[in-house]
Design a protein around this ligand. Structure first.
Ligand code: ATP
Ligand code: MG
Length: 588
Protein backbone atom coordinates (compact mmCIF):
# COMPACT_ATOMS: atom_id res chain seq x y z
CA UNK A 1 0.00 0.00 0.00
CA UNK A 2 2.81 2.41 0.82
CA UNK A 3 5.45 3.24 -1.76
CA UNK A 4 8.49 1.02 -1.81
CA UNK A 5 11.31 1.55 0.63
CA UNK A 6 13.90 4.11 -0.43
CA UNK A 7 17.09 2.13 -0.32
CA UNK A 8 20.23 3.90 0.85
CA UNK A 9 23.76 3.00 0.15
CA UNK A 10 26.16 4.90 2.39
CA UNK A 11 28.93 4.57 -0.17
CA UNK A 12 26.84 6.42 -2.77
CA UNK A 13 26.04 9.37 -0.52
CA UNK A 14 28.25 12.39 -1.14
CA UNK A 15 29.02 12.87 2.53
CA UNK A 16 29.61 9.85 4.73
CA UNK A 17 26.80 9.75 7.31
CA UNK A 18 27.79 10.24 10.94
CA UNK A 19 25.79 7.20 11.98
CA UNK A 20 26.90 4.23 9.92
CA UNK A 21 26.56 1.29 12.28
CA UNK A 22 23.23 1.66 14.03
CA UNK A 23 23.47 -1.54 16.04
CA UNK A 24 26.96 -0.78 17.31
CA UNK A 25 25.88 2.70 18.37
CA UNK A 26 23.06 1.22 20.42
CA UNK A 27 25.60 -0.47 22.65
CA UNK A 28 25.68 0.46 26.31
CA UNK A 29 27.09 3.77 27.42
CA UNK A 30 25.72 5.75 24.47
CA UNK A 31 24.88 8.86 26.51
CA UNK A 32 28.21 8.78 28.33
CA UNK A 33 29.99 8.75 24.97
CA UNK A 34 27.75 11.54 23.71
CA UNK A 35 28.59 13.61 26.79
CA UNK A 36 32.27 13.27 25.91
CA UNK A 37 31.67 15.20 22.69
CA UNK A 38 30.92 18.23 24.84
CA UNK A 39 33.43 20.32 26.77
CA UNK A 40 31.75 21.03 30.08
CA UNK A 41 32.39 24.33 31.84
CA UNK A 42 36.07 25.07 32.44
CA UNK A 43 37.29 24.02 35.87
CA UNK A 44 34.79 21.18 36.13
CA UNK A 45 31.97 23.56 36.94
CA UNK A 46 29.24 21.60 35.23
CA UNK A 47 27.37 21.66 31.95
CA UNK A 48 25.76 24.75 30.46
CA UNK A 49 23.88 24.85 27.17
CA UNK A 50 25.22 28.27 26.16
CA UNK A 51 28.80 27.27 26.83
CA UNK A 52 28.49 24.27 24.54
CA UNK A 53 26.51 26.14 21.89
CA UNK A 54 28.67 29.27 21.64
CA UNK A 55 31.47 29.89 24.08
CA UNK A 56 33.48 26.77 23.39
CA UNK A 57 33.49 27.71 19.69
CA UNK A 58 33.85 31.45 20.32
CA UNK A 59 37.10 30.79 22.15
CA UNK A 60 38.16 27.89 19.96
CA UNK A 61 39.05 27.02 16.41
CA UNK A 62 35.65 28.04 15.03
CA UNK A 63 35.67 31.58 16.46
CA UNK A 64 35.50 33.17 13.01
CA UNK A 65 33.17 30.62 11.47
CA UNK A 66 29.72 31.93 10.56
CA UNK A 67 27.44 30.78 13.40
CA UNK A 68 24.14 32.44 12.59
CA UNK A 69 22.79 34.18 9.54
CA UNK A 70 19.49 35.99 10.19
CA UNK A 71 17.51 37.02 7.13
CA UNK A 72 15.01 39.76 7.79
CA UNK A 73 11.69 40.11 6.00
CA UNK A 74 13.36 41.96 3.14
CA UNK A 75 15.98 39.20 3.06
CA UNK A 76 18.69 41.50 4.30
CA UNK A 77 21.41 39.62 6.08
CA UNK A 78 22.57 39.94 9.71
CA UNK A 79 25.57 37.72 10.34
CA UNK A 80 27.25 36.56 13.55
CA UNK A 81 30.46 34.59 13.76
CA UNK A 82 30.77 32.37 16.81
CA UNK A 83 32.98 35.00 18.44
CA UNK A 84 30.47 37.76 17.73
CA UNK A 85 27.50 35.72 18.91
CA UNK A 86 29.36 34.77 22.08
CA UNK A 87 30.23 38.41 22.81
CA UNK A 88 26.72 39.67 22.13
CA UNK A 89 25.20 36.95 24.32
CA UNK A 90 27.65 37.92 27.07
CA UNK A 91 26.44 41.51 26.83
CA UNK A 92 22.89 40.32 27.24
CA UNK A 93 23.84 38.12 30.20
CA UNK A 94 25.59 41.08 31.85
CA UNK A 95 22.55 43.26 31.21
CA UNK A 96 20.29 40.70 32.91
CA UNK A 97 22.67 40.43 35.83
CA UNK A 98 22.71 44.21 36.10
CA UNK A 99 18.93 44.20 36.40
CA UNK A 100 19.07 41.65 39.18
CA UNK A 101 17.73 38.79 37.06
CA UNK A 102 19.47 35.74 38.50
CA UNK A 103 19.90 32.01 38.22
CA UNK A 104 16.53 30.26 37.92
CA UNK A 105 14.56 33.44 37.10
CA UNK A 106 12.40 33.07 34.02
CA UNK A 107 12.97 35.30 31.00
CA UNK A 108 10.20 35.23 28.39
CA UNK A 109 10.97 36.23 24.82
CA UNK A 110 8.14 37.32 22.57
CA UNK A 111 9.54 38.18 19.17
CA UNK A 112 9.67 37.06 15.58
CA UNK A 113 12.83 35.42 14.24
CA UNK A 114 15.00 38.50 14.72
CA UNK A 115 18.67 38.48 15.75
CA UNK A 116 17.88 39.78 19.24
CA UNK A 117 15.83 36.65 19.95
CA UNK A 118 18.85 34.42 19.41
CA UNK A 119 21.13 36.66 21.46
CA UNK A 120 18.58 36.81 24.29
CA UNK A 121 18.18 33.02 24.30
CA UNK A 122 21.90 32.39 24.62
CA UNK A 123 22.49 35.27 27.03
CA UNK A 124 19.69 34.05 29.28
CA UNK A 125 21.24 30.57 29.36
CA UNK A 126 24.68 32.02 30.11
CA UNK A 127 23.19 33.84 33.07
CA UNK A 128 21.63 30.52 34.18
CA UNK A 129 18.22 32.14 33.97
CA UNK A 130 15.41 30.18 32.32
CA UNK A 131 14.63 30.86 28.66
CA UNK A 132 10.96 30.61 27.69
CA UNK A 133 10.10 31.58 24.12
CA UNK A 134 6.59 32.69 23.19
CA UNK A 135 5.24 32.64 19.68
CA UNK A 136 4.99 36.21 18.41
CA UNK A 137 1.56 35.77 16.82
CA UNK A 138 -0.03 34.91 20.16
CA UNK A 139 -2.76 37.28 21.26
CA UNK A 140 -2.66 38.98 24.69
CA UNK A 141 -4.41 36.22 26.63
CA UNK A 142 -2.12 33.34 25.65
CA UNK A 143 0.83 35.62 26.39
CA UNK A 144 -0.52 36.53 29.79
CA UNK A 145 -1.29 32.96 30.85
CA UNK A 146 2.11 31.66 29.79
CA UNK A 147 4.01 34.48 31.52
CA UNK A 148 1.87 33.98 34.62
CA UNK A 149 2.34 30.19 34.72
CA UNK A 150 6.10 30.69 34.50
CA UNK A 151 6.20 33.63 36.95
CA UNK A 152 8.29 35.42 34.35
CA UNK A 153 10.55 38.05 35.88
CA UNK A 154 11.66 39.59 32.59
CA UNK A 155 10.34 39.81 29.07
CA UNK A 156 12.17 40.65 25.87
CA UNK A 157 9.90 41.83 23.09
CA UNK A 158 9.63 44.43 20.34
CA UNK A 159 8.15 47.89 20.75
CA UNK A 160 5.40 46.99 18.36
CA UNK A 161 4.37 43.78 20.11
CA UNK A 162 4.63 45.50 23.46
CA UNK A 163 2.22 48.26 22.50
CA UNK A 164 -0.19 45.92 20.78
CA UNK A 165 -0.22 43.01 23.17
CA UNK A 166 1.69 43.44 26.41
CA UNK A 167 1.37 46.99 27.79
CA UNK A 168 -2.24 46.53 28.87
CA UNK A 169 -1.45 43.22 30.57
CA UNK A 170 1.35 44.45 32.72
CA UNK A 171 -0.68 45.34 35.81
CA UNK A 172 -1.96 41.74 35.89
CA UNK A 173 1.60 40.34 35.94
CA UNK A 174 3.07 41.36 39.30
CA UNK A 175 6.13 39.13 38.88
CA UNK A 176 7.13 40.78 35.64
CA UNK A 177 9.66 43.34 36.83
CA UNK A 178 11.56 44.07 33.63
CA UNK A 179 10.60 44.52 30.01
CA UNK A 180 13.34 44.94 27.43
CA UNK A 181 12.20 46.43 24.14
CA UNK A 182 13.75 45.96 20.72
CA UNK A 183 13.00 48.78 18.31
CA UNK A 184 13.84 52.30 17.40
CA UNK A 185 13.81 53.42 21.02
CA UNK A 186 10.56 55.25 20.37
CA UNK A 187 8.76 53.74 23.33
CA UNK A 188 11.58 54.78 25.60
CA UNK A 189 9.85 54.74 28.37
CA UNK A 190 8.71 56.44 31.38
CA UNK A 191 7.22 53.20 32.63
CA UNK A 192 9.53 51.95 35.39
CA UNK A 193 11.17 48.64 34.57
CA UNK A 194 11.10 49.20 30.82
CA UNK A 195 14.37 49.42 28.89
CA UNK A 196 15.69 49.83 25.40
CA UNK A 197 17.49 46.66 24.29
CA UNK A 198 20.20 48.41 22.29
CA UNK A 199 21.07 50.91 25.01
CA UNK A 200 21.12 48.22 27.65
CA UNK A 201 23.52 46.09 25.62
CA UNK A 202 25.75 48.97 24.65
CA UNK A 203 26.33 49.69 28.30
CA UNK A 204 27.13 46.06 29.07
CA UNK A 205 30.51 44.33 29.03
CA UNK A 206 31.05 41.69 26.34
CA UNK A 207 32.84 39.30 28.66
CA UNK A 208 30.81 37.07 30.92
CA UNK A 209 31.97 34.11 32.91
CA UNK A 210 29.26 31.49 33.17
CA UNK A 211 28.73 30.42 36.78
CA UNK A 212 28.72 26.79 37.93
CA UNK A 213 25.82 25.00 36.25
CA UNK A 214 24.56 21.66 37.45
CA UNK A 215 23.22 19.51 34.60
CA UNK A 216 19.95 19.37 36.54
CA UNK A 217 19.62 23.17 36.71
CA UNK A 218 16.51 24.36 34.88
CA UNK A 219 17.30 25.95 31.52
CA UNK A 220 14.18 26.07 29.36
CA UNK A 221 10.42 26.16 29.61
CA UNK A 222 8.60 25.21 26.42
CA UNK A 223 4.88 25.24 26.00
CA UNK A 224 3.34 22.37 24.04
CA UNK A 225 1.45 23.05 20.84
CA UNK A 226 -2.02 22.74 22.36
CA UNK A 227 -3.14 20.31 19.68
CA UNK A 228 -5.05 18.11 22.08
CA UNK A 229 -5.95 20.59 24.81
CA UNK A 230 -4.61 23.34 27.04
CA UNK A 231 -0.87 23.84 26.41
CA UNK A 232 1.48 22.53 29.10
CA UNK A 233 4.75 24.18 30.18
CA UNK A 234 7.45 21.52 29.88
CA UNK A 235 10.55 22.15 31.99
CA UNK A 236 13.99 21.21 30.63
CA UNK A 237 17.44 21.26 32.22
CA UNK A 238 20.95 22.18 31.03
CA UNK A 239 21.89 18.50 30.78
CA UNK A 240 19.51 18.32 27.79
CA UNK A 241 22.36 19.68 25.69
CA UNK A 242 23.71 16.12 25.43
CA UNK A 243 20.57 15.13 23.50
CA UNK A 244 20.44 18.36 21.50
CA UNK A 245 24.01 17.89 20.37
CA UNK A 246 24.08 14.21 19.52
CA UNK A 247 20.68 14.10 17.81
CA UNK A 248 21.81 16.94 15.55
CA UNK A 249 24.92 15.00 14.65
CA UNK A 250 23.29 11.59 14.18
CA UNK A 251 19.63 12.17 13.23
CA UNK A 252 20.16 15.35 11.18
CA UNK A 253 23.63 14.24 10.12
CA UNK A 254 25.22 17.64 10.79
CA UNK A 255 28.82 17.95 9.62
CA UNK A 256 31.07 20.93 10.45
CA UNK A 257 30.75 22.58 7.03
CA UNK A 258 26.99 22.36 6.83
CA UNK A 259 24.63 25.24 6.38
CA UNK A 260 21.57 24.20 8.30
CA UNK A 261 18.10 25.66 8.06
CA UNK A 262 15.43 24.72 10.58
CA UNK A 263 12.26 26.48 9.50
CA UNK A 264 10.48 26.18 12.87
CA UNK A 265 9.86 29.23 15.01
CA UNK A 266 11.71 29.24 18.37
CA UNK A 267 8.28 29.81 19.94
CA UNK A 268 7.99 26.02 19.63
CA UNK A 269 10.47 23.54 20.94
CA UNK A 270 11.81 22.59 17.49
CA UNK A 271 12.83 26.16 16.79
CA UNK A 272 14.89 26.26 19.98
CA UNK A 273 16.35 22.74 20.19
CA UNK A 274 17.18 22.67 16.46
CA UNK A 275 16.82 26.31 15.38
CA UNK A 276 19.37 27.48 17.97
CA UNK A 277 21.03 24.98 20.27
CA UNK A 278 21.83 21.87 18.24
CA UNK A 279 23.36 23.47 15.12
CA UNK A 280 25.50 25.80 17.23
CA UNK A 281 26.69 23.04 19.49
CA UNK A 282 27.69 21.17 16.34
CA UNK A 283 29.57 24.24 15.11
CA UNK A 284 27.67 24.62 11.83
CA UNK A 285 26.10 27.70 10.24
CA UNK A 286 22.44 28.14 11.19
CA UNK A 287 20.04 30.08 8.99
CA UNK A 288 17.08 31.90 10.55
CA UNK A 289 14.46 33.49 8.35
CA UNK A 290 12.15 36.15 9.73
CA UNK A 291 9.70 35.76 6.84
CA UNK A 292 6.72 33.44 6.79
CA UNK A 293 6.28 30.49 4.48
CA UNK A 294 6.13 31.33 0.83
CA UNK A 295 7.25 28.68 -1.62
CA UNK A 296 9.27 31.02 -3.85
CA UNK A 297 10.97 32.67 -0.91
CA UNK A 298 11.94 29.35 0.58
CA UNK A 299 13.38 27.98 -2.64
CA UNK A 300 15.29 31.24 -3.04
CA UNK A 301 16.79 30.85 0.44
CA UNK A 302 17.71 27.20 -0.07
CA UNK A 303 19.49 28.21 -3.25
CA UNK A 304 21.21 31.45 -2.35
CA UNK A 305 22.30 30.42 1.15
CA UNK A 306 23.53 27.07 -0.14
CA UNK A 307 21.59 25.23 2.54
CA UNK A 308 22.88 21.68 2.86
CA UNK A 309 20.68 20.27 5.63
CA UNK A 310 17.07 21.34 5.86
CA UNK A 311 14.64 20.58 8.68
CA UNK A 312 11.01 21.44 8.08
CA UNK A 313 7.48 20.17 8.75
CA UNK A 314 4.71 18.27 6.99
CA UNK A 315 2.49 21.34 6.88
CA UNK A 316 5.12 23.19 4.83
CA UNK A 317 5.69 20.15 2.64
CA UNK A 318 1.97 19.96 1.91
CA UNK A 319 1.95 23.65 1.01
CA UNK A 320 4.92 23.21 -1.31
CA UNK A 321 3.22 20.24 -2.93
CA UNK A 322 0.14 22.39 -3.41
CA UNK A 323 2.23 25.14 -5.03
CA UNK A 324 3.52 22.58 -7.54
CA UNK A 325 6.87 21.14 -8.52
CA UNK A 326 7.31 23.61 -11.43
CA UNK A 327 8.28 26.37 -8.98
CA UNK A 328 11.04 24.19 -7.60
CA UNK A 329 12.44 23.72 -11.09
CA UNK A 330 13.22 27.44 -11.35
CA UNK A 331 16.02 26.92 -8.81
CA UNK A 332 19.07 24.78 -8.31
CA UNK A 333 20.22 23.32 -5.05
CA UNK A 334 23.66 21.83 -5.54
CA UNK A 335 24.52 22.08 -1.84
CA UNK A 336 21.36 20.41 -0.54
CA UNK A 337 22.00 16.86 0.71
CA UNK A 338 19.71 15.96 3.63
CA UNK A 339 16.03 16.77 4.20
CA UNK A 340 14.17 16.08 7.42
CA UNK A 341 10.68 16.67 8.76
CA UNK A 342 8.98 16.72 12.15
CA UNK A 343 5.84 17.82 13.95
CA UNK A 344 3.16 15.67 12.47
CA UNK A 345 2.99 12.44 10.58
CA UNK A 346 4.62 12.82 7.20
CA UNK A 347 2.43 11.05 4.68
CA UNK A 348 4.26 8.76 2.22
CA UNK A 349 3.36 11.03 -0.69
CA UNK A 350 5.32 13.81 1.04
CA UNK A 351 8.44 11.66 1.47
CA UNK A 352 8.39 10.75 -2.17
CA UNK A 353 7.64 14.29 -3.32
CA UNK A 354 11.00 15.29 -1.83
CA UNK A 355 12.64 12.95 -4.33
CA UNK A 356 10.63 14.32 -7.20
CA UNK A 357 11.23 17.97 -6.32
CA UNK A 358 14.75 17.97 -4.85
CA UNK A 359 16.11 14.58 -5.82
CA UNK A 360 16.21 13.77 -2.08
CA UNK A 361 13.64 12.11 0.17
CA UNK A 362 12.36 13.73 3.36
CA UNK A 363 13.50 11.91 6.48
CA UNK A 364 10.67 11.88 8.98
CA UNK A 365 11.49 11.98 12.65
CA UNK A 366 9.39 11.93 15.78
CA UNK A 367 9.61 13.68 19.11
CA UNK A 368 7.65 15.95 21.45
CA UNK A 369 8.02 19.06 23.54
CA UNK A 370 8.33 16.71 26.49
CA UNK A 371 11.20 14.69 24.98
CA UNK A 372 13.25 17.83 24.26
CA UNK A 373 14.97 16.28 21.26
CA UNK A 374 14.58 13.74 18.45
CA UNK A 375 13.69 10.26 19.73
CA UNK A 376 12.84 8.27 16.59
CA UNK A 377 14.31 9.03 13.19
CA UNK A 378 15.02 7.94 9.66
CA UNK A 379 18.81 8.16 9.68
CA UNK A 380 20.91 9.15 6.67
CA UNK A 381 22.46 5.72 6.14
CA UNK A 382 19.25 3.80 6.71
CA UNK A 383 16.62 2.76 4.17
CA UNK A 384 13.50 4.87 4.41
CA UNK A 385 10.12 3.22 4.67
CA UNK A 386 7.79 6.02 3.58
CA UNK A 387 5.14 6.58 6.24
CA UNK A 388 7.35 5.29 9.06
CA UNK A 389 8.92 7.59 11.66
CA UNK A 390 12.06 5.45 11.59
CA UNK A 391 13.97 3.78 14.41
CA UNK A 392 14.83 5.00 17.92
CA UNK A 393 17.91 7.11 18.51
CA UNK A 394 20.76 5.01 19.82
CA UNK A 395 20.48 5.46 23.59
CA UNK A 396 16.70 5.62 23.43
CA UNK A 397 14.65 2.54 24.25
CA UNK A 398 11.21 2.77 22.71
CA UNK A 399 8.38 0.33 23.32
CA UNK A 400 4.79 -0.34 22.42
CA UNK A 401 2.85 -0.90 25.60
CA UNK A 402 -0.60 -1.24 27.09
CA UNK A 403 -1.39 0.35 30.43
CA UNK A 404 -2.74 -2.03 33.04
CA UNK A 405 -5.40 -1.04 35.54
CA UNK A 406 -2.93 -1.57 38.43
CA UNK A 407 -0.70 1.21 37.06
CA UNK A 408 1.86 -1.07 35.41
CA UNK A 409 2.28 -1.70 31.71
CA UNK A 410 2.47 -4.72 29.43
CA UNK A 411 4.93 -4.55 26.61
CA UNK A 412 3.81 -5.64 23.15
CA UNK A 413 6.29 -7.93 21.46
CA UNK A 414 4.36 -8.97 18.33
CA UNK A 415 5.37 -6.91 15.30
CA UNK A 416 2.46 -4.91 13.94
CA UNK A 417 0.44 -4.90 17.14
CA UNK A 418 -0.77 -1.46 18.10
CA UNK A 419 -0.31 0.16 21.47
CA UNK A 420 0.87 3.33 23.14
CA UNK A 421 4.33 4.49 22.20
CA UNK A 422 6.48 4.64 25.33
CA UNK A 423 10.09 5.56 26.07
CA UNK A 424 12.26 4.21 28.88
CA UNK A 425 12.92 7.13 31.18
CA UNK A 426 16.38 8.59 31.58
CA UNK A 427 17.48 10.23 28.32
CA UNK A 428 19.14 13.61 28.98
CA UNK A 429 16.51 15.93 27.47
CA UNK A 430 13.53 14.36 29.17
CA UNK A 431 11.25 17.02 30.66
CA UNK A 432 11.45 17.30 34.42
CA UNK A 433 8.02 18.81 35.14
CA UNK A 434 4.92 20.43 33.75
CA UNK A 435 4.86 23.87 35.35
CA UNK A 436 2.25 23.95 38.07
CA UNK A 437 0.78 20.56 37.11
CA UNK A 438 2.60 17.90 39.07
CA UNK A 439 -0.25 15.38 38.89
CA UNK A 440 -0.43 15.61 35.16
CA UNK A 441 3.31 15.04 35.05
CA UNK A 442 3.08 11.96 37.27
CA UNK A 443 0.36 10.51 35.06
CA UNK A 444 2.82 10.48 32.14
CA UNK A 445 4.88 7.71 33.73
CA UNK A 446 4.16 4.04 34.30
CA UNK A 447 6.42 1.11 35.09
CA UNK A 448 9.63 2.97 34.25
CA UNK A 449 8.26 4.23 30.94
CA UNK A 450 7.32 7.70 29.79
CA UNK A 451 3.93 7.33 28.10
CA UNK A 452 3.78 9.53 25.03
CA UNK A 453 0.03 9.59 24.41
CA UNK A 454 0.64 8.56 20.79
CA UNK A 455 -0.42 5.20 19.35
CA UNK A 456 1.97 3.33 17.11
CA UNK A 457 3.25 -0.08 16.12
CA UNK A 458 6.69 -1.50 15.43
CA UNK A 459 7.41 -3.68 12.42
CA UNK A 460 9.63 -6.74 12.43
CA UNK A 461 12.72 -4.64 11.60
CA UNK A 462 12.23 -2.16 14.41
CA UNK A 463 10.73 0.70 12.38
CA UNK A 464 7.98 2.61 14.19
CA UNK A 465 4.73 3.57 12.48
CA UNK A 466 2.49 6.32 13.83
CA UNK A 467 -1.21 5.58 14.08
CA UNK A 468 -2.56 8.63 15.84
CA UNK A 469 -2.79 10.44 19.08
CA UNK A 470 -4.63 8.38 21.66
CA UNK A 471 -7.22 11.20 21.79
CA UNK A 472 -7.76 11.22 18.02
CA UNK A 473 -8.09 7.52 17.33
CA UNK A 474 -11.45 6.51 15.96
CA UNK A 475 -13.32 3.48 17.25
CA UNK A 476 -15.66 2.27 14.54
CA UNK A 477 -17.57 -1.04 14.70
CA UNK A 478 -14.93 -2.49 17.00
CA UNK A 479 -11.98 -1.34 14.84
CA UNK A 480 -9.35 1.20 15.86
CA UNK A 481 -8.66 3.61 13.04
CA UNK A 482 -5.88 6.19 12.98
CA UNK A 483 -6.86 9.39 11.19
CA UNK A 484 -3.39 9.76 9.68
CA UNK A 485 -3.77 6.66 7.52
CA UNK A 486 -7.06 7.93 6.12
CA UNK A 487 -5.70 11.44 5.57
CA UNK A 488 -2.64 10.03 3.77
CA UNK A 489 -4.81 8.19 1.29
CA UNK A 490 -7.00 11.23 0.64
CA UNK A 491 -3.86 13.29 0.04
CA UNK A 492 -2.84 10.89 -2.72
CA UNK A 493 -5.74 12.16 -4.78
CA UNK A 494 -4.72 14.99 -7.13
CA UNK A 495 -7.60 17.24 -6.02
CA UNK A 496 -6.80 17.16 -2.30
CA UNK A 497 -4.61 19.79 -0.63
CA UNK A 498 -5.39 19.17 3.06
CA UNK A 499 -7.41 16.57 4.90
CA UNK A 500 -8.49 16.18 8.50
CA UNK A 501 -10.28 13.07 9.72
CA UNK A 502 -12.36 12.54 12.87
CA UNK A 503 -14.71 10.01 14.43
CA UNK A 504 -18.30 11.18 14.37
CA UNK A 505 -20.59 9.54 16.93
CA UNK A 506 -22.93 7.01 15.37
CA UNK A 507 -25.62 4.98 17.11
CA UNK A 508 -24.71 1.77 15.28
CA UNK A 509 -20.96 1.85 14.70
CA UNK A 510 -20.01 3.86 17.80
CA UNK A 511 -18.17 6.26 15.52
CA UNK A 512 -17.97 6.66 11.77
CA UNK A 513 -15.00 8.07 9.90
CA UNK A 514 -15.64 11.58 8.65
CA UNK A 515 -13.18 13.56 6.51
CA UNK A 516 -12.84 17.29 6.00
CA UNK A 517 -11.07 18.14 2.79
CA UNK A 518 -9.57 21.31 1.30
CA UNK A 519 -9.16 21.25 -2.46
CA UNK A 520 -6.18 22.36 -4.56
CA UNK A 521 -6.54 25.41 -6.78
CA UNK A 522 -8.57 24.62 -9.93
CA UNK A 523 -10.79 22.09 -8.20
CA UNK A 524 -14.31 22.91 -7.03
CA UNK A 525 -16.45 20.98 -4.59
CA UNK A 526 -19.12 18.84 -6.21
CA UNK A 527 -21.17 15.79 -5.45
CA UNK A 528 -19.21 13.92 -8.18
CA UNK A 529 -15.87 14.78 -6.62
CA UNK A 530 -17.14 13.70 -3.24
CA UNK A 531 -18.18 10.34 -4.68
CA UNK A 532 -14.86 10.02 -6.43
CA UNK A 533 -12.93 10.64 -3.21
CA UNK A 534 -15.09 8.21 -1.26
CA UNK A 535 -14.50 5.58 -3.92
CA UNK A 536 -10.75 6.26 -4.04
CA UNK A 537 -10.56 5.87 -0.25
CA UNK A 538 -12.65 2.70 -0.27
CA UNK A 539 -10.43 1.06 -2.87
CA UNK A 540 -7.27 1.98 -0.98
CA UNK A 541 -8.45 1.46 2.59
CA UNK A 542 -11.32 -0.97 2.50
CA UNK A 543 -14.87 -0.25 3.56
CA UNK A 544 -14.22 -0.37 7.30
CA UNK A 545 -11.49 2.26 7.39
CA UNK A 546 -12.59 4.52 4.51
CA UNK A 547 -14.56 7.65 5.36
CA UNK A 548 -18.32 7.41 5.23
CA UNK A 549 -18.74 11.17 4.93
CA UNK A 550 -16.69 13.92 3.32
CA UNK A 551 -17.18 17.64 3.80
CA UNK A 552 -15.38 20.19 1.66
CA UNK A 553 -14.05 23.09 3.66
CA UNK A 554 -11.97 26.19 2.95
CA UNK A 555 -9.64 25.40 5.78
CA UNK A 556 -8.67 22.50 7.98
CA UNK A 557 -7.97 24.11 11.39
CA UNK A 558 -4.35 23.81 12.45
CA UNK A 559 -2.10 25.05 15.21
CA UNK A 560 0.29 27.86 14.42
CA UNK A 561 2.99 25.21 14.25
CA UNK A 562 0.97 23.51 11.52
CA UNK A 563 -0.65 20.55 13.27
CA UNK A 564 -4.16 19.54 12.32
CA UNK A 565 -6.50 20.28 15.27
CA UNK A 566 -8.86 17.33 14.97
CA UNK A 567 -10.41 18.11 18.35
CA UNK A 568 -11.62 21.39 16.86
CA UNK A 569 -13.05 19.72 13.75
CA UNK A 570 -14.89 17.42 16.10
CA UNK A 571 -16.15 20.15 18.40
CA UNK A 572 -17.41 22.13 15.43
CA UNK A 573 -19.05 19.09 13.88
CA UNK A 574 -20.84 18.32 17.12
CA UNK A 575 -21.58 21.92 18.09
CA UNK A 576 -19.52 21.60 21.30
CA UNK A 577 -17.35 24.27 22.98
CA UNK A 578 -14.05 24.73 21.17
CA UNK A 579 -11.85 24.64 24.29
CA UNK A 580 -8.41 26.28 24.33
CA UNK A 581 -7.77 27.84 20.92
CA UNK A 582 -4.78 29.96 21.89
CA UNK A 583 -2.52 28.19 19.41
CA UNK A 584 -5.01 28.10 16.51
CA UNK A 585 -3.65 29.49 13.25
CA UNK A 586 -5.87 32.39 12.30
CA UNK A 587 -3.98 33.70 9.31
CA UNK A 588 -3.05 36.84 11.28
P1 ATP B 1 -0.38 19.18 23.05
O1 ATP B 1 0.47 18.20 23.81
O2 ATP B 1 -0.50 20.49 23.75
O3 ATP B 1 -1.67 18.62 22.59
P2 ATP B 1 1.32 18.67 20.80
O4 ATP B 1 1.39 17.28 21.31
O5 ATP B 1 0.96 18.86 19.36
O6 ATP B 1 0.38 19.57 21.69
P3 ATP B 1 4.15 18.98 20.53
O7 ATP B 1 4.94 18.53 21.68
O8 ATP B 1 4.62 20.17 19.77
O9 ATP B 1 2.73 19.37 21.04
O10 ATP B 1 3.98 17.84 19.47
C1 ATP B 1 4.32 16.50 19.71
C2 ATP B 1 3.35 15.60 19.00
O11 ATP B 1 3.37 15.86 17.59
C3 ATP B 1 3.64 14.13 19.12
O12 ATP B 1 3.15 13.59 20.32
C4 ATP B 1 2.94 13.56 17.89
O13 ATP B 1 1.55 13.37 18.14
C5 ATP B 1 3.14 14.65 16.87
N1 ATP B 1 4.32 14.37 16.03
C6 ATP B 1 5.52 14.97 16.04
N2 ATP B 1 6.33 14.46 15.10
C7 ATP B 1 5.66 13.48 14.51
C8 ATP B 1 5.95 12.55 13.46
N3 ATP B 1 7.12 12.56 12.84
N4 ATP B 1 5.00 11.67 13.11
C9 ATP B 1 3.80 11.66 13.74
N5 ATP B 1 3.46 12.50 14.73
C10 ATP B 1 4.37 13.41 15.11
MG1 MG C 1 1.50 16.53 23.21
Amino acid sequence: MTPNAIVKSASKLEVTPNLLDYDAARARGFWEHAREELDGLPGDRGLNIAHEAVDRHAFGARADHLALRCLDKRREVHDFTYAELGAEASRFANALRGLGVAKGDLVGVLAGRIPELYVAALGTLKNRSVFSPLFSAFGPEPIRTRLAIGNAMALVTTELLYERKVAALRPSLPHLEHVILVGEGGTETDVPGTYDYRRLLEAADDVFEIGPTDPEDVALVHFTSGTTGKPKGAVHVHGAIVSHHITGRLALDLHPDDVFWCTADPGWVTGTSYGIISPLSNGVTAIADEGDFEAQRWYGILESERVSVWYTAPTAIRMMMKAGVELVREHEFPALRFLASVGEPLHPAGVVWGEEAFGLPFHDNWWQTETGGIMIANFAAMDIRPGSMGRPMPGVEAGIVHRRKDGGVDEVTTPGEQGELALRTGWPSMFRAYLGESERYERCFAGGWYMTGDLAFRDADGYYWFIGRADDVIKSSGHLIGPFEVESVLLEHPAVAHAGVIGKPDPVAGEIVKAFVTLKPNYVPSRELEKELLAHARVRLGAVVAPKEISFTDEVPATRSGKIMRRLLKARELGLPEGDVSTLETGE
